[in-house]
Design a protein around this ligand. Structure first.
Ligand code: NAD
Length: 500
């Protein structure tokens, strides 16, 4: 059986802990490889390799670091098909969707090519008599990233591209569900000229994560995954004195106003709700039509579209979405659908009994649509992370806004309307980090920053864009005075350069 180890010090190394996890092909339900789960000792090796490589890497001038990123972009484009096939095989999403996953990561690498400009400090000439003051943005040292299964190319690149470009060395702990692409990314960036040890990939589970959170050699931690783990990562890493950002789960609402173009709104909901089998942190899982007539029109527009969705393995043509990632995930989704029925929601489209001919052991789930969902039902309060869309009928615009604002999560949200006033008011007042106006998945591009609000995030700075440069660097401010500006004698009072 294919065995996936780690990538430490510039080469692939086998796992030595003796612990492994199965990696499935979700379309067939079969185990295709097993991935090594690192012990704290293996993490130590990666930290040692990263520490050794970091100072020299940081000392390279920023154009040289940028050129590695440039060559990496070229290699990602060259290997796009290979990476997408590899990704779909372990994740289950369609090959086109995998290419989108890689492309969105690649764009963060393109953003990181701008590091000579992005990392520039500031300078104040004549801040006092004979005094100049300047600030520098220096790398933290060794950073670590812990990533979820759903974007095994994009999210690692969200983290390691800006971290490495700014002069850090990096340890990536990818999801144990789809570990092949992250290792391949490490090989490709080495081919692009990255020195050995600057990017390391350590596969593993909770044991590796907990070792990262307390490791004295790691200065910064970035996490993306579910909210309970994000909150644990945030608290533990902070307790150990690390800079930390941790991104969690979501329940993204899409408000449909009575004046919206109903066909466009329904198409948007279908793509955003069921694309990637709903396994996106920016998936729309709640539709909020305003008014009964809007709700009836929306459900009428959604139902035939959902019934004609094409589900299948990534190897088939014209597939809208594939299986979910694991049997455990499938069981959880089915369980929540049962809860929805038991708690009184109307299951308008029932995908529970979908079976894929020839792939009976695959983790396939048909699309489900619930209507008349209430705010206290489990299918509304919990993240389902599957192909299940809930319609919550709101009487008024204020009620719709209140639903998004009162939800525990605040990752993404959208409003569909032709009314500029309503859209503007919504964008201003909604308590959510990323807002779409007639855009169902408002995932910011690489040169803006990505992040939610409320319990979708723990920490201050967001992913990629300007925030990522701040997160992966720390500011040092130098106040300099040369002998001609120094007065004789000791100064005992607080230095004040200009009074009055
Ligand atoms: P997960 O929380 O199960 O796993 C994420 C990472 O944490 C993995 O690397 C995993 O190995 C590790 N991990 C799992 N259990 C752990 C534990 N007990 N202690 C320490 N580490 C642990 O998430 P997932 O199922 O891989 O991904 C789906 C989740 O990620 C969803 O909740 C989704 O909303 C969220 N997500 C959020 C964003 C965002 O930007 N906010 C983006 C993508 C995914």
């Amino acid at each position: 059986m294919n065995e996936i180890g780690h990538f430490i010090g510039g080469r692939k190394v086998p796992g030595t802990s003796g612990r492994f996890a199965d990696v499935f092909n979700p379309a067939t339900g079969e185990v295709e490889s097993r991935v090594a789960l690192a012990s704290p000792a293996e993490l130590d090796q990666a930290v040692a390799a990263a520490t050794e490589a970091q100072a020299d890497w940081a000392a390279q001038n920023p154009q040289r670091r940028a050129r590695v990123m440039m060559r990496f972009v070229a290699l990602l484009n060259e290997h796009m098909d290979e990476l997408a096939q590899m990704l779909s095989r372990e994740h289950g999403k369609t090959v086109e969707d995998s290419k989108g996953d890689i492309q969105r990561g690649l764009e963060v690498v393109e953003f990181a090519v701008g590091v000579p400009h992005l990392q520039k400090g500031e300078f104040s000439e004549g801040a006092g008599p004979g005094i100049d003051m300047y600030s520098m943005r220096q790398p933290l040292g060794v950073g670590a990233g812990i990533t979820p299964f759903n974007f095994p190319a994009m999210i690692p690149m969200w983290m390691f591209a800006p971290a490495i470009a700014t002069g850090n060395a990096f340890i990536l702990k990818p999801s144990e569900r789809d570990p092949s692409v992250p290792i391949r990314l490490a090989e490709l960036i080495m081919e692009a000229g990255l020195p050995a040890g600057v990017l390391n990939v350590v596969n593993g589970d909770k044991e590796a994560v907990d070792a990262i959170l307390s490791h004295p050699g790691i200065a910064g931690v970035s996490f993306v995954g579910s909210t309970p783990i994000a909150s644990h990562v945030y608290a533990t890493a902070a307790q150990h004195g690390k800079r930390v950002q941790a991104f969690g789960g979501a329940k993204n609402h899409m408000v449909v106003m009575p004046d919206a173009d109903m066909d466009k709104a329904a198409d948007a909901l279908i793509g955003a709700g069921y694309g990637s089998a709903g396994e996106r942190c920016m998936a729309v899982s709640v539709a909020v039509p305003v008014g009964e007539a809007t709700a009836d029109r929306l459900v009428d527009a959604l139902t035939p579209r959902i019934e004609s969705l094409q589900i299948g393995p990534y190897t088939a043509e014209n597939v809208d979405f594939g299986p979910v990632v694991t049997q455990a995930s499938l069981d959880k989704i089915r369980g929540l659908v049962e809860r929805g029925i038991a708690q009184g929601a109307d299951l308008v489209v029932d995908g529970r009994n979908f079976r894929m001919q020839g792939y009976e052991n695959g983790f396939f789930m048909g699309a489900c649509l619930f209507d008349r969902v209430k705010a206290d039902m489990d299918i509304y309060t919990q993240e389902i992370f599957g192909p299940v869309l809930s319609v919550v009928r709101a009487g008024t615009y204020e009620e719709a806004l209140g639903l998004a604002n009162d939800h525990e999560y605040g990752n993404g949200v959208a409003i569909f309307t032709r009314d500029g006033d309503a859209a503007r008011d919504f964008a201003a007042r909604v308590q959510v980090g990323m807002v779409g106006v007639n855009v169902p998945i408002p995932t910011p591009l690489a040169y803006h920053s990505f992040g939610g609000w409320k319990r979708s995030v723990f920490g201050d700075l967001n992913q990629h864009g300007p925030d990522s440069i701040k997160f992966w660097t720390r500011t040092k401010t130098v106040t300099a005075r040369w002998p001609s500006g120094i007065k004789d004698g000791a100064e005992f009072s607080m230095p004040v350069y200009h009074q009055g």
